[in-house]
Design a protein around this ligand. Structure first.
Ligand SMILES: [Zn+2]
Ligand SMILES: [Zn+2]
Length: 350
């Protein structure tokens, strides 16, 4: 094994001004980009695209051939930001510059063999299969001694930097717990130690009493615009029962998780009558071998659109230099989302 080379190998760098870390993946500049070929109207995409590296039966850039999958399909990302065989080691200079080797695994999860679908256009049972894959990925990656955190997410839309319109998500699993989940661990731990209860369970109870920021709910899940939302139509998906990770959800809860994901993403598409872009992902307990009774599984949706299919919120200027800022209130955003129908606009206008 060679020494850590900051020009070659994945690593984390420490920012002594903020005390935070960032991930650097210098080996990754070769990845394919198909996002700019996306047709403006996603309904015009074919069900199968012979040039798509995620469609069933197609050959990927590294020569691997996708199986003729009919449901979901997960595989190691050919251009992963993290690699399991990265050399270990640290680099330190002058007591101020610190870098650490970072190892991990990148996975891709195809949600459907259909190139032309997105989550809101899939059936609830098909979305449920995606939830099951999330649980399988979390279980298998989280069990590895070299993996202490598993981040499952989806980037939807070219505006979010998604490199292929085929419905898919990713998993980045790594040796360290990255910034935001680490901060949420600290906050949830502090609350749990003080109150002996889940921070998010107490928050959910408060929101259910207030009712002003709730978007939709079912027997097992609630979707709300958090009081502290930064993005215009940001939402938080919360299970009513406190579970630390997606593997602990019962059969019925997984069904109802799929139900709220479908209903929420339909409302998102209906908001501006467009295939609504977002980054979304699960936050769950670190897989560091510790008990995490404080952790409460949840899913964040961070969508950038503000006023129309083309007018988006930018996190720039003050947001980059000071802290996030918003104009429309979370209460107003929740009301807008609540008022939308749960029939997809393409079905009502077809
Ligand atoms: Zn495809
Ligand atoms: Zn979170």
């Amino acid at each position: 094994m060679s020494a850590l080379d900051l020009a070659q190998h994945p690593h984390r760098r420490f920012n002594p001004l903020t005390g935070e870390w960032l991930l650097v993946s210098p080996h990754r500049s070769q990845r394919p980009w198909q996002g700019q070929q996306e047709a403006p109207d996603r309904s015009q995409r074919p069900a199968y695209d012979p040039t798509c590296y995620l469609c069933a039966g197609n050959t990927r850039a590294n020569g691997a051939v996708n199986p003729a999958y009919t449901g979901t399909f997960a595989f190691d990302n050919d251009f992963a930001a993290l690699t399991p065989d990265a050399p270990a080691g640290t680099v330190e200079m002058g007591g101020l510059l610190r870098a650490e080797a970072e190892s991990g695994v990148g996975r891709v999860i195809c949600f459907s063999p259909r190139h032309d679908l997105t989550l809101p256009e899939m059936s609830t049972p098909d979305i449920r299969r995606v939830v099951d894959v999330w649980a399988e990925e979390f279980a298998s990656l989280g069990a590895r001694p070299d993996i202490n955190y598993v981040q499952i997410f989806e980037n939807k839309g070219a505006v979010m930097g998604c490199s292929n319109p085929h419905p898919h998500g990713q998993v980045w699993a790594q040796r360290t717990v990255p910034g935001d989940p680490a901060k949420e661990t600290v906050q949830q731990q502090a609350y749990f130690q003080q109150h002996g209860r889940s921070l998010l369970a107490d928050y959910l109870e408060l929101e259910l009493n207030e009712q002003v920021r709730i978007v939709l709910e079912n027997e097992h899940f609630v979707v709300l615009v958090p009081f502290w939302a930064a993005w215009p139509f940001e939402t938080l998906v919360l299970p009513r029962r406190v579970v630390q990770d997606v593997t602990q959800l019962t059969d019925a809860e997984r069904d109802r998780f799929a139900d709220v994901i479908r209903r929420l993403t339909i409302r998102y598409d209906n908001l501006f009558q467009t295939s609504f872009p977002y980054s979304a992902g699960l936050h769950q307990r670190p897989t560091d071998g510790q008990q995490h009774p404080e952790w409460h599984l949840h899913m964040h949706f961070f969508p950038p659109l503000l006023r129309s299919a083309t007018v988006r919120k930018f996190m720039v200027g003050y947001e980059l230099l000071a802290n996030p800022q918003r104009d429309i209130t979370p209460e107003y955003a929740a009301q807008r989302l609540r008022e939308l129908p749960e029939v997809h606009y393409k079905q009502t206008t077809a």
